[in-house]
Design a protein around this ligand. Structure first.
Ligand SMILES: [Zn+2]
Length: 67
């Protein structure tokens, strides 16, 4: 599974639990670390490179704006 599919899956599974919180780490030349937390305590943590187009997935599928 690629990252976008991972995020979508996470969204489908955890959407009923409540809201998500997305955090991004420091930008580096190789990308950044993304952390999406669900209110149930599960966190999805992935390394995101510039090739991963995850912003739309986060906004549209998970309803979060990464900060
Ligand atoms: Zn959950």
């Amino acid at each position: 599974m690629n990252l976008a599919a991972d995020l979508e899956h996470f969204g489908v599974v955890h959407r009923p639990h409540g809201r998500f919180v997305a955090r991004v780490g420091d930008d580096t030349p190789n990308g950044y670390r993304l952390k999406v937390s669900c209110t149930c305590g599960v966190t999805l943590e992935r390394w995101v490179t510039q090739d991963d187009a995850v912003d739309d997935v986060l906004r549209e599928r998970l309803g979060v704006q990464p900060t």
